[in-house]
Write a protein that binds this ligand. Structure first.
Ligand SMILES: C[S@@+](CC[C@H](N)C(=O)[O-])C[C@H]1O[C@@H](n2cnc3c(N)ncnc32)[C@H](O)[C@@H]1O
Length: 162
């Protein structure tokens, strides 16, 4: 965690940026960058995002980024993936009107499963538009660069709450 967060904080000095990361090394690395670069508009929540959503029900976001969530390649581990239908419905509810949720992965199966969720009947009730977007809209995160190095195709998606 960190690259996109730091970029966002520098490009949106008047905004509060929330970084959510349960892995202690990731949290420490962001705090280190903030101290070194005098960044004071990042709040770090050191627990899983599901816990954050449950605890802070009144916080809504202009933009949410889920970039390269753990892919859990093996079929028997797919149930461990973060972005599944209940989570997706829950997190889209936490966007402001016209808010955007960005999702990126280099795992084709993961990408297709998220697209399937968006075409499901549950999402017919939630007013959203979703489209594939160009890579240059998002920061070059560690896992984005890793995917490029491995020659993996990266898929990006943006969901706009209307
Ligand atoms: C594959 S890494 C991608 C990191 C970064 N987004 C990137 O693109 O380089 C996945 C990250 O998601 C974090 N993660 C896993 N489960 C999570 C959860 N439930 N809530 C928030 N973050 C989670 C992991 O600790 C890890 O830092």
């Amino acid at each position: 965690m960190g690259h996109n967060l730091i970029e966002l904080s520098k490009n949106n000095l008047k905004s509060q940026i929330v970084g959510i990361e349960p892995f202690l090394n990731g949290v420490a690395s962001v705090i280190y960058s903030c101290v070194k670069q005098n960044i004071d508009n990042i709040l770090v929540y050191p627990d899983p995002v599901e816990k954050f959503l449950e605890k802070y029900k009144k916080i809504f976001f202009k933009e949410i980024f889920i970039l390269f969530p753990d892919p859990w390649h093996k079929k028997k581990h797919h149930k461990r993936r973060l972005v599944k239908l209940p989570f997706l419905k829950n997190i889209v509810k936490r966007l402001d009107k016209n808010g955007k949720l960005y999702f990126a992965t280099d795992n084709q199966d993961y990408f297709e499963s998220v697209q399937d969720c968006l075409y499901s009947k549950d999402f017919k009730k939630i007013p959203i538009v979703h489209k594939k977007i160009d890579v240059k809209h998002l920061g070059q995160t560690k896992y984005f660069l890793r995917a490029k190095k491995l020659g993996n195709k990266v898929n990006f998606l943006v969901i706009v709450k209307s």
